[in-house]
Design a protein around this ligand. Structure first.
Ligand code: MD3
Ligand code: FE
Length: 223
């Protein structure tokens, strides 16, 4: 009997060479890289969010963020009167954050590798939920202990218009649409660029409904 292609590949990970778009010297968008993994990612995401519910953080002296946030992995991102920081305990439950699911860790490592960053091992995954109208103002990611490792992001659900800026808040931004399954990897000289997300437009995504979920994989603790 002649095996079909389906049988030939049945025992293997779905392999896909993503379309790569270079957006900075060491920053890449890998279009659709996560699509073959989505069926395995979403149940894990549900389990994590059930254990560590999304919450709207209140920055010191600021207003509640429009994005709902949770974490998994050894360290999670928290904010309180003292400011932002990473913590090994979820203040909501008083327990350690849920473990980083293997399918998340493997995907983040593969994405980093395709962007030229070998041996990426995230100790933190920040989960951002955007409902229509939610946005993220221009900022830099500076709360991690060291900047040697890149940050890897995965977009799921509704599309977003991502702002990729320079090293001063006032620098001109590139506008980059991010779609379901796209991954962005930025490190090295691009690690401290300002960036943000424009308000999400109303819509319905067949897999995630009326929301966008963004996962960012980080090395937050000391290397
Ligand atoms: C940063 N999240 O959680 S990730 C954040 O879509 C955050 O939820 C956004 O910023 C989100 O801190 C953006 C994608 C991204 C892509 C390229 C970058 C962030 C970047 C380049 C430089 C710095
Ligand atoms: Fe950021």
């Amino acid at each position: 009997m002649q095996p079909s292609n389906f049988d030939l590949f049945a025992d293997h990970e779905p392999v896909q060479q993503a379309r790569a778009e270079q957006i900075g010297e060491q920053a890449w968008v890998l279009r659709g890289l996560a699509l073959p993994q989505v069926d395995r990612l979403l149940p894990e995401l549900d389990t994590v969010i059930a254990a560590a519910p999304l919450r709207h953080m209140v920055p010191p002296g600021g207003f509640s963020m429009s994005v709902g946030t949770s974490s998994c992995g050894r360290l999670g991102w928290v904010t309180d009167r003292r400011g932002y920081r990473y913590s090994s305990v979820d203040p909501h439950s008083g327990l350690p954050w849920p473990a980083l699911p293997k399918v998340f860790a493997d995907l983040a490592r593969t994405a980093a590798e395709q962007a030229g960053f070998a041996d990426f091992a995230a100790d933190s995954c920040l989960i951002n939920q955007y409902v229509p109208g939610a946005k993220m103002s221009l900022h830099q990611d500076k709360d991690e202990k060291a900047y040697a490792a890149p940050i890897v992001s995965l977009s799921l659900g509704l599309p977003a218009m991502f702002l990729f800026g320079g090293f001063e808040r006032s620098d001109k931004c590139q506008r980059i649409p991010l779609l379901h399954g796209d991954m962005v990897i930025w490190g090295g000289v691009d690690r401290l660029r300002f960036h943000g997300v424009l308000p999400i437009k109303p819509g319905y995504h067949p897999r995630l409904g009326e929301q966008r979920i963004n996962l960012t994989f980080r090395v937050a603790g000391s290397a």
